[in-house]
Design a protein around this ligand. Structure first.
Ligand code: ADE
Ligand code: ZN
Length: 339
């Protein structure tokens, strides 16, 4: 396929997104707009100056900028506007289902209450279903650089909103904060009926992926790139059909990989891993979901069949019911018949 047809094919393809931090969709323009209405002065003169800071050598470089950016989110309307802007993008990219992370501690630790955060996000997600036809699930992510006690407190705060939250996750600074640190709080979350995922093997070792599976009993691994260090682990992930939510442009920007031409996507597919493509923090990494599909398709010269498989995988790895998944698969097959 030439570049034009690949782009066209990807743009129209129905797909799901499974690894997306809502705070990571805060576009520079919206950041200035919300900061202005909240009378907050940013450390940057304008959008161009801010974007010049989006040069990262590693995950921590990015997280410092990402947490600073989130400081302008104060009111329920701010969280609504943030989520709504993402959902409009989702609809324009033919993403028909999305499972998004939010990081409550980023906000509650600076005095914004849990209910302000979740009410704003959830109201937008409901409008997304009604007005845009986009279905969604919400995943509450614990910040792993904070102590487990803080995660427990957050879990308590979330319990009244249990029916709005499908699962819990684990993100932020990985190295030095292994999944084992959160074994108890994940056990409690599972007992309360939450599904579980965890970022593992982005910068951390394969050992952290083992811990996420064995100790946190996750349904999916976010990133998981470093599983390739350990053949036994790869076999286990394939056997248990534990999906990996890969994020190519994120990995490039955070220097997890040097060049997308060496991205291990096809290698992982050949090893029988259930891999998906996602955007992670698109406002900071230079592209939403379609840009991730396109850049990786070009770098690896993916065929139409391989791209279609990635879209099927996105639904297979989702938390939709089997019946809902069947509906999504037929939408993909219908598209393939006509394109
Ligand atoms: N929080 C937002 N994006 C993240 C990433 N890529 N890794 C860990 N924590 C994150
Ligand atoms: Zn992430």
């Amino acid at each position: 396929m030439n570049k034009f047809f690949t782009k066209h094919f990807i743009e129209g393809l129905p797909k799901a997104e499974l690894h997306l931090h809502i705070e990571g969709t805060l576009e520079a323009a919206l950041m200035f707009k919300i900061a202005d209405r909240n009378n907050i002065k940013l450390n940057y003169l304008n959008i161009n100056e801010l974007k010049k800071a989006y040069n990262f050598n590693n995950l921590q470089d990015f997280l410092n900028i990402y947490y600073a950016g989130a400081n302008i989110l104060i009111t329920e309307q701010d969280f609504y506007d943030l989520t709504w802007a993402y959902l409009k993008k989702v609809q324009s990219q033919n993403i028909i289902h999305t499972e998004i992370f939010f990081d409550p501690q980023t906000h509650t630790d600076r005095g914004i209450t849990f209910d302000i955060v979740i009410n704003g996000i959830y109201r937008a997600l409901e409008d997304g279903v009604q007005k845009l036809g986009v279905t969604s699930k919400l995943i509450m992510s614990f910040l792993r650089h904070l102590p487990e006690s803080s995660a427990f407190k957050t879990l308590e705060e979330a319990l009244p909103y249990k029916k709005w939250i499908s699962g819990v996750g684990l993100d932020s600074s990985e190295v030095g904060n292994p999944p084992s640190k959160f074994e108890q709080v994940f056990a409690r979350a599972r007992k309360e009926g939450f599904l579980t995922v965890a970022h593992a093997g982005e910068e951390g070792p394969a050992e952290y992926i083992w811990e996420a599976i064995d100790l946190l009993k996750v349904n999916r691994i976010d990133h998981g790139n470093n599983c390739l260090e350990d053949d036994v682990l790869v076999e286990r992930l394939a056997e248990l059909k534990i999906p990996l939510t890969l994020c190519p442009l994120s990995n490039l920007k955070l220097k997890v990989v040097k060049d997308l031409k060496n991205y291990p996507l096809v290698k992982m597919m050949e090893k029988g891993l259930l891999v998906t493509i996602n955007s992670d923090d698109p406002a900071y990494f230079g592209g939403y979901l379609n840009e991730n599909y396109l850049r990786i398709a070009e770098a690896l010269n993916l065929s139409k069949t391989q791209i279609a498989q990635l879209a099927r995988n996105s639904f297979k790895a989702s938390w939709l019911s089997e019946k809902e998944k069947e509906k999504m698969f037929s939408r993909v097959e219908l598209y393939l018949k006509n394109n």
